[in-house]
Design a protein around this ligand. Structure first.
Ligand code: NDP
Ligand code: PYC
Length: 338
């Protein structure tokens, strides 16, 4: 088994901020990025925790990302907020736009936030979870780089295109799911490569279109969608809704924009927020209770809710800290000033 290092949670945040600032990011970006990286590591989402700092710093070094970009929030229409991230990373743009999104959803019942021109590396669940904390239902989606072949094809067209959903619950944290529309996040294949482990069959094909369990061949070939044609269609929808609909790049266009430097994908993100009290008025509590009945019928038969593992991991990490591979710890230390 590979060597591991245990870190208390406050150390996870400190390392993140120090690495990001040493990598040239402004204080505001370092704080916003550190918050999502911290949350990912705390909830044992290893593909989007501390590991992501390496890609953030590399993206700045490659000269694509503006490390000082100040997002511009625009009140675009009664139910639409636009945030121009100005070629900075997305977490600060989301933070700056969220209050207006929430205000609009409360006024209109349904509001959308389009983030444009952002470099995107993060998991989406911290965003939908934050919106649900305000009592709203949330849906978020974003393209990435074209790494994924459409069902029935062998050449990458789609990004790993995640979709995330949150439903607020009266007596605890929200119901949340958040997954790539590829069979798995690309970050997970990268972690397998770093650990020298094969990937499961069904995640990817090699450059010749043959199934592969070699992570390096998978990264050089094409990833596969989850659920065959169903994941493929959902992935196309995400390309359209968080691409042309909001005037931003598709995953293929993001890949071309990258010019082979290997920076984080650059594109848009679409976030929708629904206020149940506007939809339902005085009936809201009765309908929210019906949702609870559905959740109980899932867990009541021994199945688990998405996000259940994550909330359990959160409690574990808050009590014991987190464990990361020593090789990752060393890579992060190497990014800190001597
Ligand atoms: P998974 O395939 O592991 O799916 C994750 C989701 O499925 C979680 O909501 C998880 O809940 C839930 N889940 C997993 N197993 C079960 C189960 N047995 N029963 C019920 N629910 C289950 O993750 P992915 O690799 O697809 O994605 C990981 C992350 O990568 C996401 O957070 C996503 O946002 C991020 N990502 C970001 C991209 C970007 O461009 N920014 C691109 C692609 C991915 P739980 O967490 O509780 O296990
Ligand atoms: O893991 O697929 C991924 C990913 C792409 C962009 C950020 N994460």
């Amino acid at each position: 088994m590979s060597e591991e290092v245990t870190l208390p949670l406050d150390e996870v945040r400190r390392i993140s901020i120090d690495v990001l600032k040493a990598g040239g990011l402004s204080g505001d970006h370092a704080q916003a990025i550190a918050s999502v990286v911290y949350a990912g590591q705390r909830d044992e989402c290893h593909s989007h925790g501390l590991y992501r700092l390496l890609g953030c710093v590399r993206s700045v070094k490659e000269g694509k990302v503006d490390p000082d970009a100040v997002p511009e929030v625009v009140d675009h229409a009664p139910a639409i907020v636009r945030v121009d991230a100005r070629f900075g990373f997305s977490p600060l743009a989301f933070e700056r736009g969220r209050p207006l999104l929430v205000e609009k959803a409360r006024r209109t019942g349904l509001a959308a936030m389009a983030i444009n021109n952002c470099f995107h590396f993060s998991a989406l669940w911290p965003e939908v979870e934050a919106i649900a904390a305000d009592g709203l239902v949330a849906l978020a989606m974003t393209p990435s780089h074209s790494w994924v072949a459409p069902a029935g094809g062998t050449k990458p067209v789609f990004g790993t295109n995640p979709i995330a959903f949150a439903w607020p619950r009266p007596d605890g944290p929200p119901f949340v799911f958040d997954f790539a529309t590829s069979a798995i996040a690309r970050g997970e294949i990268e972690l397998h490569r770093r650990a020298g482990k094969p990937i499961p069959a069904g995640w990817a094909i090699d450059g010749e279109g043959h199934p592969t369990t070699d992570p390096a061949a998978a990264l050089a070939g094409a990833m596969l969608t989850f659920g065959g044609h169903k994941g493929s269609a959902l992935s196309a929808m995400i390309e359209l809704m968080a691409g042309p609909l909001i005037g931003d790049m598709t995953s293929a266009e993001s890949m071309a924009f990258d010019e082979g430097v290997g920076a984080a994908p650059c594109h848009g993100e679409l976030i929708l927020a629904f206020d149940p009290t506007v939809f339902l008025g005085a009936d809201a509590a009765r309908h929210v209770a019906r949702a609870e009945t559905m959740f109980e019928s899932i867990v009541g038969q021994g199945a688990r809710l998405p996000s259940q593992r994550r909330y359990e991991a959160r409690e574990r990490s808050m009590a014991n800290g987190v464990r990361i591979p020593k090789a990752l710890y060393d890579d992060l230390q190497a990014l800190l000033p001597r």
